[in-house]
Write a protein that binds this ligand. Sequence first.
Ligand SMILES: Nc1nc2c(c(=O)[nH]1)N[C@H]1C(S)=C(S)[C@@H](COP(=O)(O)O)O[C@H]1N2
Ligand SMILES: [Mo]
Length: 599
Amino acid sequence: MKDCSDEPTRGDAAISAKARVSQAVVEQYRAELSVGEDVVDPATWAGSLPAARGIAPRVRVGRSRWCNLVWLLPVGFVLLIGAVGAAKGLRTVASVQRFIARNPGRAAGSSPEIPVGLPVWVGVQHFFNLFLLIFIIRSGVQIFTDHPRLYWTRHSTPGKDWFRAQKPIPADPLWTAKQDSISLPGQVGLPGLRHSIGLARWWHLGCNVLWLANGFAFYVLVFTTGHWRRIVPTSWAVFSNAGSVLVQYLSLHWPKENGWLAYNSLQQLAYFVTVFIAAPLAFLTGLGMSPALSTRFRRTSKVLSIQTARSLHFLVMVWFLAFITTHVALVLTTGLRRNLNHMYAGEDGHDWIGFWVFAATMVVLICTWVAATPFTLKHPRTVQRLGYALIGPAQRLFEHIDSNPGEYTEADISPYFWHNGKYPDSPEYRAMVDDNFADYHLRVSGLVEQPTEFDLAALRAMPYHEQITQHFCIQGWSGIAKWGGVSMQTIMDQVRPMVEAKWVVFYALSDGPDAGVYYDAHPIEQMSFHLTMLAYDMNDQPLSFGHGAPLRLRNETQLGFKQVKWLKGIDFVADFADIGGGYGGYNQDHEFFGYRQSI
Ligand SMILES: Nc1nc2c(c(=O)[nH]1)N[C@H]1C(S)=C(S)[C@@H](COP(=O)(O)O)O[C@H]1N2
Ligand SMILES: [Mo]
């Protein structure tokens, strides 16, 4: 290591004589990490977090009345019966009969150019779409249950949620978002265990990439072959015809179908909305939850906040579920064999070919559905690696985005900021609290020219950096706070990282939920971002115990779990492969998270 003691640097005056820290300290930090396992044992998962059931989903009406959605089943059934009765009545009315005669079900304008029949690629893409949607929806529901509440504002204030599948939070002021998570049955969720979001996200994001690729190919093919005319309305008459079809369906006197030639207007609208509105909306609202993008495009994010994006993303899923249910019901009841021949055999006959191809694909679907959770629990590292192979390129790309514009104002500060993580409980930490952190030191070492030990007084003597920014927990909640402390750039000016340093590892005074110290590695590029800092103040108060006293990291391009609280040391390294389990952080080693978390 180069000796540079005769080069004075900014802040030197404030640093006491024992400021130099030996590499042995960092070696000691590394020795306190644990490796993590390569299989999931449900009994010890996430620090032996016991399974916890949520409650039936509820929607808030007014200030604090919660309506149990299970009532939708009987109420919906009664409404449906009523609608059938009303439609039957309507069809006896002469003007309605004329309306239906004039609008039999297909908007005439578009019919002549519609290509006849369904080509094989439609069938293949249709299957692939369904196959991926199964895993996207299961893992999506899993992600939702990690923070089973939805909001319309970014503040994520308990009680202000509009939808929840969990009880109100208890009075405990240190109640954490992890405690708030709920379990799912293993064949519904993916993988079902409580707080298995790390694995669920690989499924969700990895399948999303394939689903978007499939969808993109579909767009290209429908527009180059003219098949778009089947699913894109080209005449306003589509609405009157769709209304007519709805009355015909509800009166149980169904229109004559011939999907081989063209869809009726209601089908056309449903397909159009699904392909050209719901699917792009799923993509855009998904991106709306990215910390890197939201912070970079703060103006957009002010309108489409992470919580609006998350709520809409959820509603898009509800649309997909409703669409799939209705679609399957109609395929079954409107000439099953012929419908299956259209989609699965590419022909208009009445034989059994389509049925058998369909049956074979169903066997594949059911087998993969059943195997997905056991496979994930047995081979979580494979899921972690495959998922990263698929979504990693996008995550790497977004990591270069400097979060610079992402600041908010005092008026935006959240009234409630969730706590999360495992609190420190060691005697050493309690002793530090007892003497008001007088004996606290942040030790910075590794590949730096000037390894340095900072006490709080030294940190406070450095130039003050303040920012009002938004926190994005991987579980889904968010909140805005004002952070005060030292810019990471100031620390780096002091310790002077060497060119070999590529990653910066932050170590906590606390353990993760299993054994081993909590830590996380960040790319060095982001350490010079304007919004990367070490905070000792939060909302103009000294950082509280729960939020990471006395010092925590803020790197606003990344998700919440990377914001290490209760910081004790920083280690500049070339590579994190031999640190802890080698995956780049506590959650990566133990809960199969990814080390790049710009999405
Ligand atoms: N040392 C440590 N830091 C941690 C955690 C933890 O468990 N231990 N949890 C992380 C997670 S998951 C989140 S979302 C944020 C939460 O910060 P907050 O409690 O201030 O909201 O801290 C992060 N930093
Ligand atoms: Mo988190």
